[in-house]
Design a protein around this ligand. Structure first.
Ligand code: IVH
Length: 675
């Protein structure tokens, strides 16, 4: 058992080292959550044993980002940090502590702002002109990054940016520099195209970009800066008129009027209860925002009260950070399991020491492909950082090489399919490895599972479990066998009584008359989702005609390039697939497109791209409506796209639309167009 003395010393040493890695080297090797846990352990020790507080304790200063490369700037006032809250109870305790320091009966109203996950910058304006910008540094002195900050397009070089209000004689504002998510993705897209390594973490990249010695590099990367605080301001404006900013809200309004980019969705609430009520909404919408947030900041609105409350250590009492549950965690990679998808693609999946992250216990995470494993040199037995954010499947971010003990083993792609033992291939130029055997039992299982799923042929009552049972019992060997299932066979299966069998057979019967596009999208042809399937059905009108088509004819369809066209032709050329189509036809599954309905020409000449899940319309229905009104549906966004019709959890198409300035509409606006 270490003594409190020895543990405190150890924690000081570990935390200081990680602070250096994080701030100076810009290359952290532990997660924020781990750092926080160690930091809090030290705070607890020091609180219980105040004699353990040493001048070199990280609790005695905020981490420093100072480097020798830049001239130093002294801040006009300390650049404070914030205390953390992790629960509603922490927030109540914070308010209670504050109320004790204030005259009894004081009512506190609060501003609620997103806690932007970037890095602090402090910007000085004299007579409305940007004259200096600095990093936070150690809170007292920062690095002069004026040339770099001038390249950030959201930072006004002169205030007010518009209008004829007078600027203050002097003002120093504070804010957060970061990459908007769509800008960060675009930056990585550029890296990918240039064959350069991708940036993993937006915050660290923003930090590295802000501290570039050559500001042309900074200028070439699309940083953004939100400003949320006034560090210092002259009492009057350039005409001598006094400036009066009694509240946090008035301050933000004033900053907005001056042309500063202030944190979006910052609102005033009359009580702490109202603030707490907002937290679940923020957690829910967090991932739909175009900027990363790691929590919320709650600030006493009345600036006089805020000043009275003062500062404890490096944190003002009048504001607090509510931190969201950590989405990243470190755990041990115990084994790698290979998943084989319906296209034969191998996905290496990490078996992990279970770890609590993003609100659930995670024991599996995807590692994408073997190229990822090789590039990041992930090894068996490694400590790995995993991420679980929102509804996204947990994934491995990378290993922590510092924590290796030498027993870790390299991870190589299998030479043969673990299920059917066919040699594994990696097509030239491809990132992924494949089992090329279309009759591989695992591929067959995944294909059938996909075929029956919602959004595909939608056979109610037939999930993956039932598919497995049917394959194991030898009743089905491919998708077409489903249509030959007999009640007597089904009744022999575990858990199948008469009613369940009747229902299942009825939904199988119903599936026979699904539209051609739906059948095409259910076959699991790589790259043929519902939009491409609809275009194919529209052009060729029958499976027969599509099977007879060559690459050139398919490529004539808007949104289908040569790679996809070749893929489609190759799929229909495969013997196994030809037999499947013949069996489906014989089973009575619909292979023709129906007559086209015409409802009007309100959308004539307009091209739509669909993304995300719409509140009421299915993709098929939306496509049908667009076409019935004379419009077209395309699968990719380009300058020629008229509208992007966006639902929940949209993909990168929405980002692309925003970049190209293509209007984005929701279902309601779309339906109005039809009226
Ligand atoms: S207020 C005294 N507001 O979070 C003013 N900070 O954990 C203290 N941050 O160092 C800061 N968004 O870099 C404030 N809306 C926001 C913020 C914000 C992000 C950062 C800031 C601060 C850190 C504290």
């Amino acid at each position: 058992m270490p003594t409190p003395e020895s543990r405190a010393q150890e924690l000081r040493q570990i935390l200081n080292e990680h602070s250096y890695r994080y701030y100076v080297l810009n290359a952290p090797t532990i997660t924020d959550a781990e750092y926080d846990a160690l930091y809090h352990e030290l705070v607890a020790l020091e609180t219980a044993h105040p004699h353990l507080i040493m001048p070199d304790s990280p609790t005695q200063r905020a981490g420093s980002d100072l480097t020798d490369d830049f001239p130093k700037v002294e801040h006009p006032a300390p650049i404070l940090s914030l205390g953390n809250a992790f629960s509603d109870d922490d927030l109540w305790a914070w308010e209670e502590r504050n109320l004790k320091l204030l005259p009894s009966g004081t009512q506190l109203a609060y501003m609620l702002e997103p806690k932007l996950d970037g890095l602090t910058v402090v910007i000085h304006y004299d007579n409305g002109v940007l004259v200096k910008a600095a990093t936070r540094g150690n809170g007292r002195v920062g690095d002069d990054v004026t040339a770099n900050v001038r390249t950030i397009r959201t930072v006004p070089l002169r205030i007010p940016a518009t209008g004829d209000i007078a600027p203050p004689r002097h003002i120093v504002v504070r804010g957060e520099v970061l990459f908007l998510k769509h800008d960060f993705n675009a930056l990585n897209e550029r890296q990918r195209e240039a064959g350069l390594p991708l940036y993993v973490n937006a915050r660290n990249t923003a930090s590295g970009t802000l501290k570039q010695k050559d500001s042309r590099i900074t200028a070439s990367r699309p940083l953004t800066c939100y400003l949320y605080d006034i560090v210092d301001i002259s009492p009057d404006d350039i005409h001598g008129k006094p400036i009066y900013l009694p509240t946090q809200q008035a301050m933000l309004d004033y900053m907005r009027d001056m042309g500063f980019f202030i944190p979006p969705e910052s609102h005033l609430y009359p009580t702490l209860s109202h603030i707490i009520q907002q937290i679940p909404t923020w957690i829910e919408k967090r991932h739909a925002l175009d900027f990363e947030i790691d929590g919320l900041v709650i600030k006493v609105n009345d600036r006089k009260i805020d000043a009275e409350l003062g500062v404890v250590g490096k944190d003002p009492r009048g504001a607090i950070a509510y931190k969201f549950p950590a989405e990243e965690a470190t755990t041990t990679l115990k084994a790698v399991v290979v998943n084989i998808g319906r296209t034969g693609k191998l996905t290496p999946t990490a078996s992990l020491e279970p770890v609590f992250v993003g609100g659930v216990t995670v024991s599996n995470a995807t590692m994408h492909n073997y190229k990822f494993i090789a590039e990041l040199d992930v090894r068996l037995g490694d400590k790995v950082v995993i991420k679980r954010s929102g509804d996204v499947i947990p994934y491995v971010i990378g290993p922590v090489p510092d924590l290796r003990d030498g027993t870790e083993q390299p991870i190589l792609p299998p030479t043969h399919c673990p299920v059917c033992h066919t040699p594994i291939i990696q097509p030239e130029g491809a990132v992924d490895h494949f089992c090329p055997n279309t009759a591989c039992p695992e591929r067959v299982y995944r294909s059938i599972e996909f075929f029956v799923s919602r959004g595909a042929m939608d056979i109610e009552g037939m999930g993956g479990q039932t598919v497995k049972q049917l394959i194991e019992a030898g009743f089905i060997h491919d998708e077409a066998d489903i249509f030959a299932l007999k009640a007597d066979d089904l009744l022999t299966l575990d858990g199948f009584a008469q009613k369940k069998v009747d229902n299942l057979l009825a939904s199988i019967e119903k599936a026979k008359s699904r539209p051609l596009a739906q059948l095409l999208a259910s076959l699991g042809i790589d790259g043929v989702g519902s939009t491409v399937a609809q275009s194919l059905a529209d052009k060729f009108r029958s499976i027969r005609a599509l099977m007879d088509a060559d690459v050139q004819a398919i490529q004539e369809i808007d949104g289908i390039g040569d790679v996809l066209a070749e893929n489609i032709v190759a799929w229909f050329d495969d013997d196994h697939h030809q037999r499947l189509i013949a069996k489906l036809t014989a089973a009575g599954v619909n292979m023709q497109a129906g007559e086209k309905t015409v409802l009007g020409d309100a959308l004539a000449g307009k091209t739509f791209v669909l993304t995300g899940t719409l509140p009421t319309l299915s993709r098929e229905k939306a496509t049908e409506l667009i076409e019935a009104h004379g419009g077209k549906v395309s699968s990719s966004v380009s300058k020629k796209t008229s509208y992007v019709l966006m639902g929940d959890s949209p993909g990168s198409k929405a980002e692309k639309a925003a970049q190209l300035g293509v209007p984005i509409i929701d279902e309601q606006a779309f339906l109005q167009m039809l009226e």
